[in-house]
Design a binder for this molecule. Structure first.
Ligand code: XUL
Ligand code: MN
Length: 344
């Protein structure tokens, strides 16, 4: 039995469209996805602001809260919680050149409006935090923005969010590139530094996505461990990634099983989840996947996580200790291989 609770966002089930070709599966209604997530055993749902309130630009602040309250009723009826709300700051024309780091005052104000509305929606849904995936924050043309100015803008924008609501937590999902060319906040190291520079560091933490860590050339388990060491791993986006290329969001563990094992291991060893954190998934079905298999990658990811949890439970810490004492890392490595291959 897994000791963890899982979460997922509606975008994890999508129609298969990519930059090179159209949809290959039917669109599925948000509420139908949520109902299916409950049936699959997920405990919480992750939302973008406009997943929660579609066409958010068309409504007043009060109308947005009202719509969020309706969604809360639906979640309650399925015994689901909301994990977080994330402003989708990469689709609107106002955020063409970023939001918090936009050089246009009007576009900056729009980005802050979306951040404040995300906090309002989170409050209505009972979610403790907002997530900032800083999709377009950085440069497409390196000389177009000062990285010093941009970094300071991010800190002051987060400070405004912390001032807007005395309880809300702000969780930064780092990523080194894509769609932006050069990101300002690429790793957990960046997130920790930003956090420390804000007016309330305890309320600013990180979301480690496995694929984003790989895109940074880093080990996802070490990224998680780094944030855990500062009590700042607010959530995770588990998935997998074949080397440094476009962001793939493959099912958890399918590309690098040892790396996946070590992610489960670091979460388990450090009591992740004991303060209400969820094991979040951010995975995409392959474009070839059929309509009837639209949720299979999610089931696979959860199953792989649980199977790896069992492996972690069986990990022989006495043997590990002996290997460390003898500096016999060849034996330790072979033991891990055998454990993963079902040979011990
Ligand atoms: C993008 C990414 C997003 C965020 C949510 O790479 O991971 O799906 O997780 O906005
Ligand atoms: Mn993600």
């Amino acid at each position: 039995m897994s000791q963890f609770k899982f979460s997922v966002g509606p975008w994890n089930v999508h129609s298969g469209a990519d930059a090179y070709g159209p949809a290959t599966r039917k669109e599925i209604d948000r509420d139908e996805k949520i109902r299916k997530f409950a049936e699959m055993g997920f405990s919480a749902i992750q939302f973008h602001d406009d997943d929660a309130v579609p066409n958010i630009n068309d409504y007043t602040e009060e109308q947005i809260k009202e719509k969020a309250r309706d969604l809360r009723k639906y979640l309650d009826s399925l015994n689901l919680k909301a994990e977080f709300v994330a402003p989708r700051l990469w689709m609107d024309p106002h955020t063409k050149d970023g939001g918090f780091m936009s050089t246009s005052e009007e576009d900056y104000e729009y980005a802050m409006w979306r951040a404040y509305r995300s906090i309002d929606i989170a409050n209505e849904l009972g979610a403790p935090m907002i997530v900032l995936w800083l999709a377009r924050e950085g440069t497409l043309c390196a000389e177009s923005k000062s990285p010093v100015w941009a970094t300071k803008r991010l800190v002051s924008s987060i400070n405004k969010m912390l001032e807007y609501d005395p309880k809300i937590k702000v969780c930064i999902e780092s990523k080194p590139n894509e769609p932006i060319d050069r990101s300002i906040c690429g790793t957990m190291g960046h997130v920790m530094a930003i956090s420390a520079a804000t007016i309330d560091p305890a309320r600013v933490g990180g979301n480690v996505e496995s694929a984003h860590a790989v895109l940074s050339g880093l080990d996802p388990a070490n990224e998680m461990g780094f944030a855990l060491a500062f009590n700042k791993l607010f959530t995770v986006h588990l998935n997998d990634q074949n080397s440094i290329r476009f962001d793939q969001d493959k099912s958890f563990g399918v590309e690098n099983l040892r790396q996946a094992f070590n992610q489960v291991k670091v979460l388990k060893e450090n009591g992740y989840g004991s303060h209400g954190e969820y094991v979040g998934l951010d995975v995409k079905a392959m474009r070839t996947t059929r309509d009837e298999d639209s949720y299979k990658h999610l089931q696979n990811s959860m199953d792989i996580f649980r199977m790896l949890e069992e492996k972690v439970d069986r990990f022989d810490y006495d043997f590990q200790k002996k290997c460390v004492e003898n500096r016999d890392f060849e034996a330790l490595e072979m033991y891990v291989m055998k454990l993963l291959m079902g040979e011990v």
